[in-house]
Design a protein around this ligand. Structure first.
Ligand SMILES: [Cu+2]
Length: 322
């Protein structure tokens, strides 16, 4: 949609662009600072004791032994308790602040469903369904527009994590978890399933494309349209519709209405396929259809064993789904 906007290749939690991630970074610096402080003090005392009290040449007696000191016992109980209290209060406040956010009435609502090993993305209010690449509008001063996510799972526990936007939230079967993001910068932000969910867990990547409000509106309009029937790829379409592809994939405006795999209506609007396992380039797309397991071993799409000419035709058809 917006080819000029940057892809942030490193999902760096120290470069937040959204309120919940900013709160987490601030908390990290407090917790990290205190922890580094403790490390230095304890390590320093240890080093000082080890060098200062070591036996000198010619010393053969044990040093005086000290048994019990109420003052020392008292100090090393109270000080850690106070430190833990500070960490607890700061953490509780951050969690509360993030969770207390009530969706404003023009918030965008998105449902994300974790599958082995891809993300289904639905915009219930807009009638849009896509996969793996979540588009959200940037929140701009004067027209704040946070996005609220409802997280569901189709199978096992996954976890939704885009470090520059928000903290991790688990995606648990038979539960609805909620989280929100409010990015203030456009660009593509990368994330990853953060809960081991089977063989292809590591290839369950996430891309969040933050569009300007105008680009986002244009993207929604394009996604709402059904697939355009292009007579030049009628053969490929016929192959697609006469094989099992249709029992797992939806192409809006055709008879294909499977929901086991990603919606393909606007496949070409995505930069990657198979949850980031491959670029969405013609040769990769063809290789995927020939044998998904060559790209993503264990993926839940079978190798369809189509003859070469049919693979070419189906690839040509899919390439028209913009
Ligand atoms: Cu997962």
């Amino acid at each position: 949609m917006n080819p000029g906007s940057p892809v942030h290749a490193i999902p760096d939690m120290f470069q937040p662009v959204s309120a919940p991630a900013e709160a987490i970074r601030q908390l990290w610096w407090l917790v990290g600072g205190i922890s580094i402080g403790i490390l230095l003090v304890v390590g320093g005392i240890l080093w000082w004791c080890a060098t200062h009290f070591r036996a000198r040449p010619g010393e053969d007696r044990e040093p005086p032994q000290v048994y019990g000191s109420n003052q020392i016992e008292f100090a090393w109980t109270i000080v850690p308790v106070l430190i833990v209290l500070v960490l607890f209060l700061a953490t509780a406040r951050t969690i509360y602040d993030v969770q207390a956010m009530v969706p404003p009435k023009d918030a965008l609502e998105v449902t994300v469903v974790g599958h082995q090993w891809w993300w289904e993305i639905r915009y219930p209010g807009l009638g849009v369904v896509t996969a793996n690449e979540l588009h959200v509008p940037a929140s701009v001063p004067g027209a704040r527009r946070p996005t609220f996510l409802t997280l569901e799972s189709a199978d096992v526990i996954h976890s939704f994590w885009v470090p520059q936007l928000a903290g991790k939230t688990d995606v648990v079967p038979a539960r609805r978890n909620r989280m929100w993001v409010e990015p203030t910068e456009t660009g593509t932000f990368l994330g990853q399933c953060a809960e081991f969910c089977g063989t292809q867990h590591a290839n369950m990547l996430l891309r969040v494309v933050v569009d300007s409000p105008a680009d986002f509106a244009a993207w929604v309009e394009a996604q709402k349209r059904p697939a355009v029937a292009d007579p030049r790829v009628a053969v490929g379409r016929a192959v697609f519709e006469s094989t099992a592809c249709v029992s797992c994939h939806t192409v809006a405006g055709t008879g294909a209405d499977g929901t086991f795999g990603p919606d393909l209506t606007h496949l070409m609007s995505r930069a990657t396929i198979a949850s980031g396992a491959a670029d969405n380039a013609p040769d990769r797309l063809r290789a995927w259809i020939v044998d998904p397991h060559a790209i993503k071993p264990g993926a839940l799409m079978p190798a369809m064993k189509l003859p070469d000419d049919q693979v070419d035709a189906v690839t040509a058809y899919l390439s028209t789904l913009r």
